[in-house]
Ligand binder design. Structure first.
Ligand code: GLP
Length: 260
């Protein structure tokens, strides 16, 4: 795993976004895996700015989101589809039919999940997958105890995740307890994974993911077995890591090699 530790939270967004922009330059028809939550918002702003100010085009790109609440319609303000429209899709030139988010209202969710997997495969798989991380180490909505080989399916949310996400719901709104999420096996097939995390609340999950054992108790720890994962952190999210100095030394060596 490549671990990049940055002082400034804004830099996490810029560096995270750079992996997507570099890939898009090489391959305009890139297939991106996208995430929701508060962590990706600044990164999406970087992509929007690249489109507005630098003429970067997403017109040939395809996107697949990690997850969606089950039982919530795409046009509901709390849906992840709505989140993606407001925070990214409405501001770039991606073709609407090329953006995919699991259908939270699917009448037959099992078939819908299988179909989601097939759609990813039909596009040749995901080139670069963006991830945030839950405080309990979840990725997508793959909560602790999720099979490390899992595919897109219905998952029950933990109490901790429901509480963490309660901030997005008003008191009178019914908060979903189920989701449709890509599996850990699905995520592991992405050619590159970029996980971003900021803030002290993520420090333990980051420590367990990078320096703990590979375990279904911390779903993100499975990324230790992925051949091209980059984890971009601010100093607070990195603060529990034992080997911070080494990760920084590796980055310095990398920069020297790139400059040579
Ligand atoms: C949600 C999403 C995850 C996200 C996590 C952390 O549960 N399903 O994809 O990584 O929350 O969100 P935040 O970035 O707001 O901390």
């Amino acid at each position: 795993m490549r671990v990049i530790i940055l002082e400034d939270t804004d830099d996490v967004a810029h560096v995270g976004a750079s992996f997507f922009l570099q890939h898009l330059e090489l391959k305009p028809a890139s297939v991106f895996g996208l995430a929701t939550g508060s962590s990706p918002v600044a990164l999406y702003n970087c992509l929007i700015n690249a489109h507005r100010n630098d003429g970067v085009s997403f017109s040939r790109a395809t996107t697949f989101n990690l997850d969606e609440y089950y039982g919530i319609a795409a046009d509901h303000v709390q849906s992840y589809r709505h989140f993606m429209q407001v925070n990214l899709f409405n501001h770039i030139d991606v073709v609407p039919s090329s953006t995919h988010v699991p259908d939270g209202m699917a009448e037959d969710p099992i078939t819908a999940c299988l179909r989601y997997e097939e759609s990813i495969a039909e596009q040749g798989g995901i080139d670069v997958q963006l991830l945030g991380i839950g405080r309990n180490g979840h990725i997508g909505f793959n909560e602790p105890s999720s099979s490390l080989a899992s595919r897109t399916r219905i998952k029950t949310l933990t109490k901790e995740t429901i509480e963490d996400n309660a901030r997005f719901f008003s008191k009178d709104e019914v908060q979903p307890t189920l989701s449709l999420t890509m599996g850990i096996g699905t995520i592991m097939e992405a050619k590159k994974v970029v996980l971003i995390a900021t803030g002290r609340a993520k420090a333990k999950a980051i420590k367990d993911s990078i320096e703990g054992p590979v375990s279904a108790s911390c779903p993100a720890s499975m990324l230790q077995l992925h051949r091209d994962t980059v984890i971009v952190l601010d100093s607070e999210a990195a603060s529990d890591l034992d080997n911070q100095a080494f990760y920084q030394f590796v980055e310095e060596q990398r920069q020297k090699l790139e400059a040579a």
